[in-house]
Design a protein around this ligand. Structure first.
Ligand code: PMP
Length: 434
């Protein structure tokens, strides 16, 4: 064993990623690999973008750290100003930390504190969805509904988290049920969960507008989020969107919820915020949530040593400026349409591809043993590992996941090219993939 690092998979020493350049990674196997998913939908500008590197060097020369107990810093202030410009969906304030999981936990604590400040301390329950992923720290893991990931830690997870069905039409819409009926059934399920817990004891409903890692780029049916919002509003609970993976332009609009026409009270962001140049995450919150906390006695009762870090914020600010100045959302939409068309063209009739789905530059294929029955492959086959290795052999890094059905069965692979991808890049990805 060469590595003293605790790797994700202790049984294998991974190759070293040596250099990144645009959409390419160069590694210690001497291979040049197309980074077709930007890691886990992180590297939204590709690798080594000169504007981001310049901004990081400039920040490094000025200030690398100052504790937020005494100071704010220029780059974090500018990042919040830019992201909140025009107060999208009424989102008016931003919190910054170092990862998606931290950001999810901060959002949950914000929701909790909000209700304490307004005199509703009995609101302690959170409702999320089955087969969801909201992070790996204990609180975020408890929020997530992937029973396989939770199993080992179940005895130490909070009992304040509950799970309802996701909107997953490919597998979970009943035979003969039309879209509106399916949405109404899901809204009724959420309503029933509120009633079971006691409607005034629920703090928030938490969901990804487009489900990333666990289900594979699953978009909701029209009207679904409006229906869920209506249930939350009826009972005075908050709506929290986890846009860690699907946000910051990945689906073709800056925020994935824009395409649902439903804004959240709190929105969690991470990966695409900083594009992987520095660890960063955070949340955006509206005035309804923040005003009682601002006016309360102690401000937000939460924080970390590296929150609003000057370097992380400088890198993210540059990423966000590039996305806007280079009008990259237009490219996400155009290249997204091309990626969809090419995937459907090459894989649409494949006997083991059950579904191709996504939005913007966020696409997945779900693999099945049998298209008609949608039966999954035997998990013992470890189809995902095989696909990852085969894609790597062909020069493509993609993001394979297992567990589309119950956390254990069901395979899908996710593609998330950078927003700077060209037609030739998309073609190269699809030909290596399919
Ligand atoms: N939420 C979602 C939707 C995610 O996809 C992820 C990461 N895959 C997280 C939260 C956790 O983010 P991190 O790995 O940065 O802690």
């Amino acid at each position: 064993m060469r590595s003293r690092l605790i790797q994700r998979n202790l049984r294998a020493d991974p190759p070293l990623a040596l250099r990144g350049e645009g959409i390419f990674l160069h590694d210690s196997n001497g291979r040049t690999i197309i980074d077709g998913s930007g890691g886990a939908a992180v590297a939204c500008l590709g690798h080594g973008h000169p504007r981001v590197l310049e901004a990081m060097a400039a920040q490094m020369a000025k200030l690398t750290y100052a504790h937020t107990a005494l100071y704010s810093c220029e780059s974090a202030e500018a990042l919040a100003d830019l992201v909140l410009e025009g107060e999208p969906g009424g989102l008016a304030q931003m919190y910054l930390c170092s990862s998606g999981s931290e950001a999810v936990e901060a959002a949950l604590k914000l929701a909790r504190q909000h209700f304490v400040e307004i005199g509703q301390p009995q609101r302690r329950h959170f409702i999320a969805r089955r087969q969801s992923y909201h992070g790996n720290t204990l609180g975020a893991l408890a929020a997530g509904g992937n029973m396989m990931r939770r199993a080992l830690y179940q005895p130490i997870l909070s009992d304040a988290f509950h799970h309802v069905s996701p909107c997953y039409a490919y597998r979970e819409r009943a035979a003969g049920e039309d879209e509106a009926e399916y949405v109404a059934r899901l809204a009724a399920e959420l309503e029933a969960e509120f009633q079971r817990l006691g409607p005034d004891s629920v703090a928030a409903f938490v969901a990804e507008p487009v489900v990333g890692a666990t289900l594979g780029c699953v978009t909701a049916l029209p009207g679904y989020f409006a229906a869920m919002r209506a249930v939350c509003d009826r009972h005075g609970a908050l709506l929290v969107f986890d846009e860690v993976m699907c946000g910051m332009g990945r689906t073709g609009t800056l925020h994935a919820w824009e395409q649902e026409g439903v804004a959240p009270d709190i929105q969690v962001v991470a990966k695409g915020l900083g594009g992987g140049y520095q660890p960063i995450g955070g949340f955006l919150a509206n005035r309804r949530v923040m005003d009682p906390i601002r006016d309360g006695s102690g401000g937000f009762m939460h924080g970390h040593t590296y929150q609003a870090h000057p370097m992380a914020a400088a890198a993210a600010l540059a990423v966000q400026q590039v996305i806007r100045e280079e009008k990259l959302l237009d490219n996400v939409q155009a290249m997204g349409a091309l990626l969809e068309a090419r995937l459907v063209d090459r894989l649409g009739n494949h006997r083991h591809v059950g579904d191709i789905r996504g939005r913007g530059l966020f696409w997945a294929a779900e693999f099945v043993a049998d298209r008609a029955s949608k039966a999954p492959f035997d998990p013992a086959l470890r189809l995902n590992d095989r696909i990852k290795q085969e894609a790597y052999a062909r020069g493509l890094a993609c993001y394979p996941m297992a567990g589309t059905i119950d956390g254990r069965r069901g395979d899908h692979v996710l593609l998330a090219p950078p927003y700077i991808a060209t037609e030739a890049d998309i073609e190269a990805i699809v030909t290596r993939f399919g």
